[in-house]
Design a binder for this molecule. Structure first.
Ligand SMILES: Nc1ncnc2c1ncn2[C@@H]1O[C@H](COP(=O)(O)OP(=O)(O)OP(=O)(O)O)[C@@H](O)[C@H]1O
Length: 247
């Protein structure tokens, strides 16, 4: 099994707060891997470190065998490692289609070119992906007028526009109503199985992550507390106590 992402002994502090301490984990190619942990346990910090949002204090982060911990966000994104956010990062004043087209601007095209090329491959792919996430009918609506759940679907489609090898999703189902959650899970599974995208998912909804991921890492107080298959994690007393202790 090829390791796509390898995090080894990664530590990150903000002033006196040790957000991540000596974290090691692996994301094998083609899999869906989960990351759980109580609020403030360091999940988002780890994601931010991996995608180059801030430098790490120590440790190593390898993507496809190459060290990426010193690279910038764009350089890492170009290699095929992308993330989505808890709070979506879409442009509310632009249509869904414009958001889709702008999401590939990191590949060096100008906005004028993107919006002018109505019949280009990019345009067709944007429509296909909006169809895939169920937003085709809304493609010319302003993204800011979509519900929060629909905005998350749009953000997911925008990430897919870049054909990532590894997509890291930060709480994809947070704030989404139960009907949309099931649809989103189906699409994540489809993107993994049919588009070949490896997924690394932070999720607070235990039902979701237990069904989605085949291997789960659990953080607590910035450290790796446990790892295993969903049933192992669910029955791990340390994990249960970490969650109980946090509420
Ligand atoms: N930019 C920052 N500056 C200072 N402290 C930070 C910063 N980012 C995170 N922290 C702190 O680092 C710790 C870990 O936070 P982080 O957001 O990574 O946890 P989390 O597990 O993602 O939490 P949640 O589930 O609530 O999103 C927290 O104590 C947080 O306050």
């Amino acid at each position: 099994m090829t390791t796509l992402l390898e995090v080894r002994d990664v530590s990150k502090a903000f002033g006196g707060v040790q957000a991540n301490v000596d974290i090691s984990l692996r994301v094998p190619e083609g899999k869906i891997i989960g990351l759980i942990g109580p609020n403030g346990s360091g999940k988002t910090t780890l994601f931010s470190s991996i995608v180059g949002y801030h430098p790490i204090d120590s440790g190593s982060i390898r993507f496809e065998g190459n060290e990426i911990s010193k690279l910038r966000v764009r350089q890492i994104a170009r290699r095929g490692l992308l993330r989505t956010f808890q709070q979506t990062r879409i442009y509310g004043g632009m249509t869904c289609m414009q958001n889709m087209l702008i999401s590939t601007s990191m590949r060096g095209q100008t906005l004028v070119h993107l919006f002018a090329s109505q019949r280009s491959g990019e345009h067709g792919r944007a429509e296909e992906l909006l169809e895939f996430v169920g937003l085709y009918q809304k493609r010319y609506l302003l993204a800011g007028d979509l519900s929060f759940g629909q905005q998350k679907l749009l953000e997911f489609a925008m990430a897919l526009m870049n054909e990532p090898k590894l997509l890291m999703l930060d709480e994809p189902t947070a704030g989404i109503n139960p009907t949309l959650i099931n649809g989103l899970i189906d699409r994540l599974v489809h993107a993994n199985a049919n588009f070949g995208i490896t997924l690394f998912v932070i999720e607070h909804n235990m039902r979701v992550i237990m069904n989605l991921a085949e291997h789960i890492y659990c953080l607590a107080h910035g450290r790796l507390l446990a790892e295993g298959k969903p049933d192992e994690i669910q029955n791990d007393q340390r994990v249960v106590e970490a969650y109980l202790g946090a509420h």
